[in-house]
Design a protein around this ligand. Structure first.
Ligand code: NAD
Length: 294
């Protein structure tokens, strides 16, 4: 069994670390928030005084942090203090530039590294069914794969350093755009006298079929498990969708890629979040598109 340092024990990190403990690993955890440390302790994580203490004896270092600046600053803090052959895995969703910088820092100190952002949300983190999208060398991926397994439903090696983050933002740009498309279709259906169920029955087995419709239907009724049936409690909060769409726009700008619908989706989610709905599930954007009172 492996000794794993886990830094960032928030909504995602805590249940992910708990699954590593359940798989028999020794997990040494650190977070800045005392309540998160207490929850981790309850899950069998050995809580350490700081990030340096957590990584000192670890064979693998996993980070699950809010944004690129946190990952880079934590890597700068710990890379020199970790064991020489420790493997670094960052599962945060961050910009590609910071992801590559994190790889460089790890590499400079002789550590193999993988960017391995996830899809599946807190439900997937708890159930151990996350999809991991990994970027890094073959050697790094080969070492990371068995470590990720207790937290994963699927693990895909997407390419070299940064490719995991690239896959994550491309996927979530599709998701943001498709959710708005599905929501607009339901709003139009309401105005022209077509029931939600009739639109669902046709589109779910026709060319309009997509995950935003058949798994995450933005109106209540047709898919009983979708957030629309619980007043749009997340799920996947609109603020996180805005974060991912903004990362996609940053990448598109720096690479010179034309993503007009991605840009429009980012603007609509910025508007929705700006109206105070950042904590609402991202499918709740149907209310803004319908013109419901903010
Ligand atoms: P969160 O805010 O709940 O957790 C982040 C944790 O990092 C916090 O507990 C914070 O205290 C800790 N932290 C920040 N700086 C630190 C430092 N220097 N040292 C130690 N700990 C530090 O966020 P989350 O929902 O767990 O998301 C984590 C990452 O996963 C984000 O990048 C997010 O975009 C991504 N993600 C989240 C979801 C989701 O549904 N929540 C889904 C997929 C991906």
């Amino acid at each position: 069994m492996t000794t794993i340092a886990f830094i960032g024990l928030g909504n995602m990190g805590n249940p992910m670390a708990a699954n590593l403990v359940k798989a028999g690993h020794t997990v040494l955890g650190f977070d800045l928030v005392p309540e998160n440390l207490a929850a981790a302790r309850g899950n069998g994580v050995t809580v350490m005084a700081d990030a340096g203490a957590a990584v000192r004896d670890a064979d693998v270092v996993i980070t699950m942090l809010p944004a690129g600046k946190h990952v880079v600053s934590v890597y700068e803090d710990i890379a020199a203090r970790a064991k020489k052959d420790a493997l670094f895995i960052d599962s945060s969703t961050i910009d590609i530039e910071s992801a590559r910088k994190a790889h460089e820092i790890a590499d400079r100190h002789g550590h193999l590294s993988v960017d391995a952002p996830v899809s599946g949300g807190t439900g997937g983190a708890t159930a151990g069914t996350l999809t991991f999208m990994a970027g890094g060398s073959q050697d790094a991926f080969a070492r990371a794969e068995p470590v990720l397994k207790p937290m994963a439903g699927r693990i895909v090696h997407c390419g070299e350093a940064g490719a995991g983050q690239a896959a994550k933002i491309c996927n979530n740009m599709i998701l943001g755009i498709s959710m708005i498309g599905v929501a607009e279709a339901f709003v139009l259906a309401e105005k022209i006298g077509l029931s939600h169920q009739a639109l669902f029955d046709v589109a779910s087995t026709s060319s309009g079929q997509c995950w935003s419709l058949t798994t995450y239907c933005p109106v209540p009724g047709p898919v009983p498990t979708s957030p629309a049936n619980r007043d749009y409690a997340p799920g996947f909060a609109a603020a996180l969708m805005l974060k991912d769409l903004s990362l996609a726009q940053d990448a598109a700008r720096s690479a010179g890629a034309a993503t007009p619908l991605g840009a429009q989706a980012a603007q609509l989610y910025a508007l929705f979040s700006g109206q105070g709905h950042g904590g609402v599930d991202f499918s709740g954007i149907v209310r803004m598109l319908r013109g419901d009172p903010a």
